[in-house]
Design a protein around this ligand. Sequence first.
Ligand code: XMP
Length: 319
Amino acid sequence: DWTMAEFKATKIAEIREQVSDGKVICGLSGGVDSAVAAVLIHEAIGEQLTCVFVDHGLMRMNEAEQVVSLFRDHYNIPLVHCDVEEMFLSGLAGETDPEKKRKFIGKTFIDVFEEEARKIGGADFLAQGTLYPDVIESVSFTGGPSVTIKSHHNVGGLPERMNMQLVEPLRELFKDEVRALGVELGLPEAFVGRHPFPGPGLAIRIPGEVTKERCDILRKADAIYLEEIRNAGLYDAIWQAFAVLLPVKTVGVMGDGRTYDNVCGLRAVTSTDGMTADVYPFDASFLTATATRIVNEVQGINRVVYDYTSKPPGTIEWE
Ligand code: XMP
């Protein structure tokens, strides 16, 4: 029985005790969790914290700019903006296996942190916004069959050679609690209320090979979908909504020509913690209008489908 203010005070004390006078690097993914972790740790240890925003080129439209401006302008927390799109995209080239894509991205994040830590003369700790559901979905349950559903890139410890310890102040929290903590820390409501976004980003929303071109196509479709959701006043009623770009081409007709282009999937779910989820029941007119806009406005997509699978048996993300 505790309030968020008490939780915050307790965690700040714990972080100070764990870190002492050490240096901490915190990776920002663009999502709410890592932002809340960073602001909390900054309150605890101030300039011993270096925030690193790994801009892997797998963000949604304008997302990178929003995170950078939140930290630099709103909080005045120094932020290293690493533009590493080329490193991620070249490493992902040719890879189609979902677990290999996730593993590569997780490993490359660590490489970038290591490099940044080296630049500041070494860091003793790596901070992450790992939540409770990330912990349980990635760890095989004792006594049960050993099944990893997905390798969440921010769980699973660090390579031995790294010599850094983890700081994960949100490990006991569910998403709604992280949001409450974010509000307690003064994060803008609009930021805290943002839909979850996975660390591996658009790479796991592009089944098959990830390329810059496919990321650009997906970003456009996703932006239209979210704009329609906001215009309809539905954003806050939905846990997570996003577009997926399928590695499938289908035939269509536009004007008096034949088209042969990609299929875009739309996903929207309600949930309280991401561990189970229900399909969001849009009106047919909403989906029709959104599909029409996407096909008309996004070159490279000529068909839109809606995902009617709950979790379980589906997962929220497609990979
Ligand atoms: P799934 O697809 O497993 O997703 O049903 C459950 C929730 O977790 C998010 N997700 C991730 N978040 N790193 C993250 O930080 C990851 O690797 C990752 N994979 C999935 C997903 O967006 C959903 O909210």
